[in-house]
Design a protein around this ligand. Sequence first.
Ligand SMILES: [Zn+2]
Ligand SMILES: [Zn+2]
Length: 171
Amino acid sequence: MKKQTLLQIQVKNLPEDGMPVHGGLTAADLDIPEDDRTCLPEPILLELHVTPVVGGVVSAGRAEVKIRCRCDRCLGYFTSELPPVRLDHQYPGFQGDVLDLTEDVRDDILLAFPSRCLCRAECKGLCPDCGQNLNARECDCRSEASDESPWAGLDKIRLHDGGEASEEAEK
Ligand SMILES: [Zn+2]
Ligand SMILES: [Zn+2]
């Protein structure tokens, strides 16, 4: 794929005890999509060891990935480092001259991307009314809203419907 050759392994040149594959690859090298929500500010650092085994090839190692995300709640940008991504693959019965690890490495890295982007677990997000970033400070509409939230009314209805749930609902 494209110009990167780091992950295209010349299998017949592999020494018996394997070959280290170290280097940095960009999102474009790996065909990892970037957008306003998630992008890679720095190259992904790969540390692999590719070893010929009887009847195949084994590749093991890890990637260090830094991602820049936009928080789903407050829309603020932040950069975080993913836990090291394990990259372990076996290619039993591989016959060709060049083994291309690109797709498997990309898949593992994409799987490690967070499904939700939160700048921190307790991010308070934006006020739906005035747009104030509630991590920075509380706004006035917020405190009114929490006193007279739509759930308060719902709780009252539930109390009338089913007597036994009342104790818990009241909390
Ligand atoms: Zn946030
Ligand atoms: Zn507000």
